[in-house]
Design a protein around this ligand. Structure first.
Ligand code: SAH
Length: 353
């Protein structure tokens, strides 16, 4: 794609054809000069979504079962370096009861999310997975950070179907600046291991990390294209006052929507959530995401009393809404868009994982 004079219509046609994006075009896509053409990009992504993954919006309930974490991610409110939050850890029975309640509301797909909490042994996590799989027959997605390959294999053997692990950024230097206790290559290797172990893998990035630019975002897109995960979740960086990045500006909503639309064009059959973070920075964020390529929504089904302590970023939406209220809310949100809420297992139908 050439950039001398950027013709936005030609540009969108090139994006639909999945042409390589130059650095100049990358800067253009994430600048105000592209604003007038954004609705056309979103409409193109919406068409590609419809053709490739249809009109169902898959609903997965999230249980945030522990906010203890051994990591110090500079943007995250539950980092071990934040002494100002009260920490909680749900027992096997509490997680199972929460899952049963979600099952009673019709959910058949759950995401178990936590900080990296080593108070749970591998067998504890396995027992939670096994109970949910065998007694409730729900699809189980884990979002519990980095463990070893053998541990991922044990979770998989216990029945876990999917694993979410965002790469956060494909730029190693940027990654290691904000994760002083982690290595980019280990995160990348974890994603490779998860793929090999037969998980449906979800990855993704944060939009608007300090130091990130348009060309960097396109490199993230190319990384995700090569990784070819079954799911990609993205959202704006939202500064949390009790973290080292607390004074930095939040990621821009329109940049998230643009990146989401590009994901839909470049990974046409991936499952892409309209994330809670997108709904937090824009009151209609999740609806706009569902009209720009997204086909998944992940309402919180955690016990309401724990939610104030699971603020990975501030002002998270739906804090006071119990699982029943969230369920009705997302159902009407999806129906209002003319789409079909789908509470099923929501497996990704790809012939080769
Ligand atoms: N411990 C798990 C789960 C992390 S929480 C793991 O490491 O994978 C899920 C996601 O929340 C993270 O991957 C990160 O992208 C996002 N997140 C964390 N802090 C955030 C912030 N301040 N603003 C926006 N998103 C944030």
């Amino acid at each position: 794609m050439q950039t001398a004079t950027i013709d936005n219509n030609g540009l969108i046609a090139a994006l639909v054809n999945r042409e390589r994006i130059s650095d100049d075009l990358a800067r253009h896509l994430f600048s105000p000069a592209f604003d007038a053409a954004r609705p056309e990009l979103y409409a193109a992504a919406d068409r590609v979504r419809q053709e490739n993954v249809g009109d169902h919006v898959f609903i997965r309930g999230i249980i945030e079962f522990s906010n203890h974490c051994r990591c110090q991610c500079d943007y995250c409110g539950i980092s071990c370096h934040n002494p100002e939050i009260s920490r909680y850890r749900m027992t096997h029975d509490e997680v199972f009861e929460t899952a049963s309640r979600a099952h009673g509301l019709g959910y058949r797909s759950l995401v178990l999310q936590s900080g990296e909490d080593r108070a749970y042994r591998v067998e504890d996590i396995c027992r939670i997975i096994e109970s949910i799989k065998t007694r409730l027959d729900m699809a189980v997605t884990l979002s519990i950070g980095e463990w070893s390959r053998e541990e991922y294999a044990s979770f998989r053997a216990a029945g876990a179907d999917r694993y979410l692990l965002r790469i956060e950024t494909s730029n190693q230097a940027l990654y290691e600046r904000f994760h002083r206790d982690s290595k980019w290559h280990e995160r990348h290797q974890a994603l490779m291991d998860l793929k090999e172990l037969g998980y449906q893998v979800g990855s993704g990035i944060l939009i608007g990390l300090p130091g990130q630019d348009g060309p960097g975002l396109i490199r993230d897109l190319e990384y995700l294209e090569r990784l070819r995960p079954e799911m990609v979740g993205i959202g704006p960086f939202i500064p949390h006052p009790q973290t080292p990045l607390g004074n930095q500006p939040a990621g821009l909503f329109e940049n998230c929507l643009t990146f989401l639309a590009l994901l839909r064009l470049y990974l046409p059959d991936a499952f892409l959530p309209a994330t809670t973070a997108m709904g937090t920075v824009d009151p209609l964020g999740r609806q706009k995401a569902l009209k720009a390529g997204a086909n998944v929504i992940m309402p919180n089904v955690s016990p309401v009393m724990n939610r104030p302590s699971y603020q990975i970023y501030p002002n998270k939406i739906c804090q006071d809404d119990d699982a029943g209220k969230c369920q009705k809310c997302v159902q009407s949100l999806i129906s209002a868009l003319g789409r079909t809420p789908d509470f099923g297992h929501g497996h990704i139908r790809r012939s080769i994982y």
